[in-house]
Design a protein around this ligand. Structure first.
Ligand code: CCH
Length: 286
């Protein structure tokens, strides 16, 4: 009889690929949500877990998964993200060795890749922390603001102008919900496929203030079915930001490269890794 391996289970690349595969399978199975995919809201969960990072005090970021706790989970910016956390629960139950913090980020990686975005190299090593590590409200961006606010928020995380515009391309995906942010509608006609369409639409469509009782947002004049937030429009009002918007609108490969690099940085902010090695997971269609 073969002896059972002794000592604690140390997960390897193959084990994390199994978790990736389980997320990809669940994404395919649960296609009755929103525009047909949990992908966008999974990405938003990973981004809101990471985007609380403050480079000065080295607090916040994806290490900890503190959005599980009421103070942070109840922040206005996180409204609706319970859908993404609940989506991942059965996967956590199947692979109890993975931390919530690593799982939420792996969920974001899988969401991007399964929605035909670029590969996002991944490192595990996040640990779950208690409620005392919850970040104060107000660290995530406020969509009603302008370029000054964007630079203040993403600058606090340590990002420059190029990364700010590249990361914003995530708004090719998903939609706004009136019962979450108060805003309404998708940014593009293909909200479950990652492309550079967001930049193209910003430049090519005519945008006007939407006439309604909700918060100030823009709609495309032609079809009135797409939207932009004030912070999205700031990317074409600001000259430096606009240069990157024009570049990404013309060149999807350049967008994918810069997006992948910026997202990899975002997902690792404030995480004390003990490995340099990053893994690239196979997508379901590779
Ligand atoms: Fe975003 N985002 N985001 N966003 N976001 C919203 C939805 C998504 C801002 C505001 C909003 C990033 C940057 C910004 C996604 C990814 C990213 C919504 C609607 C608002 C409001 C929420 C709702 O009602 O459900 C602002 C402001 C900024 C920056 O200034 C970055 C960076 C990323 C990722 C890299 C994704 C994906 C969604 C769609 C979620 C869904 O449920 O469909």
């Amino acid at each position: 009889m073969e002896a059972k391996p002794k000592g604690p289970f140390v997960p390897k690349y193959e084990d994390y690929q199994k978790v990736y595969d389980a997320v990809a399978k669940a994404l395919e199975e649960h296609d009755n949500y929103d525009d047909g995919s949990y992908g966008p809201v999974l990405l938003r969960l990973a981004w809101h877990a990471s985007g609380t990072y403050d480079a000065l005090t080295k607090t916040g970021g994806s290490n900890g998964a503190t959005m599980r706790f009421a103070p942070e989970g109840d922040h206005g910016a996180n409204a609706g993200l319970k859908a993404a956390r609940d989506f991942l629960e059965p996967i956590k139950a199947k692979f109890p060795w993975i931390t919530y913090s690593d799982l939420w980020i792996l969920g974001g990686v899988a969401a991007i890749q399964e929605m035909q975005g670029p590969k996002i190299p991944y490192r595990p090593g996040r640990t779950d922390r208690d409620v005392s590590f919850c970040t104060p409200d107000g660290r995530l961006p406020d969509a009603s603001k302008d370029q000054k606010h964007i630079r203040a928020i993403f600058g606090r995380m340590g990002f420059g102008d190029k990364e700010m515009v590249a990361l914003s391309g995530a708004h090719a995906l998903g939609r706004c919900h009136t019962d979450r942010s108060g805003y309404d509608g998708p940014w593009t006609f293909s909200p479950t496929t990652l492309t550079n369409e967001y930049y193209k639409l910003l430049l090519e469509e005519k945008w006007a203030w939407k006439k309604w009782n909700g918060p100030h947002q823009f709609e495309d004049v032609k079809t009135k079915s797409l939207m932009m937030l004030p912070t999205d429009m700031a990317l074409i009002k600001d000259k430096v930001f606009r240069g990157y918007v024009e570049k990404y609108a013309k060149d999807n490969d350049a967008f994918f490269k810069d997006f992948s690099e910026a997202v990899t940085t975002l997902f690792e902010l404030g995480v004390p890794f003990n490995t340099e090695e990053r893994w690239v997971f196979k997508s379901s269609f590779d």
